[in-house]
Design a protein around this ligand. Structure first.
Ligand SMILES: [Zn+2]
Length: 562
């Protein structure tokens, strides 16, 4: 039952082999130039597309389509018979089965017969590391003098078990674990085509829990679909798998960065009540904090190192990296890493995690001689510790922004102030700045943390009449804000703040460009106070308008949520 969807959605073209572009591009180039090898070795974790790609290769070398670049076309007689499993010249051998051993034994004799229908006989030997030494010898003899009409594709999860003599005769391709966001994207595509649906967080959770195996992810999806509910939900996946969505983890790290001790404890308790695995939670926290740390060390390099994160996840980590110190991240990493180990043997695993959480909120200890403010286990119930740990971490931030934020204390769920009269153009940026934190919270409440994450990467704003122009650091943020529901939400919120309807326009870059002010307005700040490029580099959520155009210049404080 759970194989139905997988068979149906097996990759039919190279484009459909998700996450292995480094392999498919090389194969396509070789096919286009007529430079195919006689023997290939496909290695990599299970479910990453090895045998699907082998079948694609078999189709492509035999396809009747004259244009090499269009092979396989999936419409010619050869492609069709491979797709329905009837082509005699594609021989698939499972080396792990007894029959496989016999087949290898026969292979040496049969391999010299010409193909019956196609140009090439293609032997796909799956789990090739399972072959006996005798079988490997038989295979090697054939590989040493391969008949011109034969192509071998050896597939394995354990290349180190393949004799060097065999390895040296194969062109090797390493298949990688597929990044979770790519698996989730493909699952969404499949479900759409099947007329079914799932919560995005559910798909991400499926992808994460199947660790880069598309086959396992599709099988799990199939299993969840068989429950018959209209929509696959995050809760269903969690019930089956016990994992946590990266959005929930990011929200928890948001609370850590904001020094929100009680909020974090409540979140952890909520997760426990929902039946998550605590060690899994600790491990996912460690993985996320590692991303934050890498961003703090070198944001450019982080992009290259964190290939399994989606653009959204990376942007969230980058925003958190800016808002916390490297010392604090290091401290949290050590604590949660230790917690992930301690949880295995703890009698009260939840307490281990809560302690790590509270310790992580302590100011980082700069020198080892300073006595660390540690909570003795079982010294007091967790709620007593909250108040003591709350102030040291939270206080500096409150002070820092008290002078720039207006009277509206940025508490969660606070309503936006409504002006008595429409706000004039020259005060728009100032009003946005003063209410930025509240606005972000309202946006998150309405549309979720992704929108908040996107807004946090705002670099510049220009107000021109009823048009508000945003410049974002990255494409992803622009795309998120431009989603119709998100844009509507932002326009409504800003409209509420300004007491008039506005249109939001987005672009990518450090500055808003190409916007002409209709009514040059007097600058609120003097030119001397204009934030420099250096200021802005240090504070990616800094926001200012273009002085040259006479607009209001201002800085919006980073999102802080004490
Ligand atoms: Zn074809």
């Amino acid at each position: 039952m759970a194989q139905v969807l997988y068979r149906k959605w097996r990759s039919q073209t190279f484009d459909e082999v998700v996450g292995q572009e480094h392999v498919t591009q090389t194969l396509r180039n070789a096919l286009r130039d007529g430079r195919t090898a006689h023997a290939y070795l496909f290695t990599g974790p299970r479910g990453t597309g090895k045998t699907s790609t082998a079948r694609l290769l078999a189709k492509a070398v035999n396809c009747l389509e004259p244009d090499l670049a269009k092979r396989p076309d999936n419409t010619c007689d050869i492609c069709v018979s491979i797709n329905n499993g009837s082509l005699l010249d594609l021989i698939e051998i499972d080396a792990a089965s007894n029959r496989g051993i016999d087949e290898i034994r026969d292979l040496r004799d049969r391999v010299h017969f010409a193909p019956s229908q196609a140009r090439y006989k293609v032997y796909v030997i799956d789990e090739v590391h399972m072959l006996t030494p005798e079988a490997f010898n038989a295979l090697l003899k054939t590989l040493e003098e391969p008949p011109p009409h034969v192509i071998f594709v050896l597939a394995t999860t354990e290349p180190h078990k393949i004799p060097d003599t065999v390895l040296s005769r194969c062109q090797r391709f390493d298949f990688r674990r597929i990044p979770p966001y790519k698996v989730a994207g493909w699952l969404a595509h499949i479900l759409e085509q099947e007329g079914r649906s799932a919560e995005p967080a559910a798909l991400e959770m499926i992808a994460r829990s199947t660790e880069g195996s598309m086959r396992d992810a599709i099988s799990l999806t199939d299993q969840l679909l068989s429950y018959g509910d209209a929509v696959i939900t995050e809760e269903q996946v969690r019930a089956v798998r016990g994992t946590i969505s990266s959005i929930a983890i990011a929200a928890l790290v948001d609370e850590l960065v904001a020094g929100d001790a009680s909020g974090g404890l409540a979140t952890i308790n909520q997760m426990v009540a929902e039946g998550i695995d605590l060690r899994q939670l600790a491990l996912q926290l460690v993985a996320h904090l590692r991303a934050v740390l890498l961003c703090q060390v070198n944001a450019e390099q982080a992009r290259e190192l964190l290939t399994d994160l989606s653009d959204e996840q990376l942007a969230v980590a980058q925003a958190q990296a800016v808002e916390s110190s490297r010392d604090a991240t290091m401290q949290a990493l050590k604590l949660f890493n230790q917690a992930s180990l301690d949880i295995r043997t703890a009698t009260q695993p939840q307490l281990v995690l809560e302690m790590a959480w509270l310790d992580a909120l302590e100011p980082p200890v700069e020198t080892p001689v300073a006595p660390a403010a540690v909570y003795a286990p079982a010294a007091a119930p967790a709620d007593v510790k909250i108040s003591s740990s709350m102030s040291p971490a939270a206080e500096p931030r409150v002070k820092e922004f008290a002078s720039t934020s207006n009277a509206s204390a940025p508490a969660g769920g606070q309503p936006l102030p409504r002006p008595a009269e429409p706000v004039p153009d020259n005060e728009v940026v100032e009003v946005l700045r003063a209410n930025w934190t509240t606005l972000l919270q309202a946006a998150e409440t309405a549309q979720g943390p992704q929108l908040r994450g996107a807004l946090r990467t705002l670099r510049n704003v220009v107000a021109s009449g009823n048009d508000i122009h945003f410049a974002f650091a990255r494409d992803f943020a622009k795309n998120v804000v431009e989603k119709p529901a998100n844009r509507q939400c932002i326009e409504d919120l800003i409209g509420q703040l300004l007491g008039r309807r506005v249109h939001v326009h987005c672009q990518v870059g450090a500055q808003v460009t190409g916007v002409t002010e209709q009514q040059p307005a007097p600058a609120v700040r003097s030119a001397a106070e204009k934030p420099t490029e250096a200021d802005l580099e240090q504070d990616p959520v800094a926001l200012h308008a273009q002085h040259e155009l006479g607009a209001v210049a201002s800085k919006i404080p980073p999102d802080n949520k004490e």
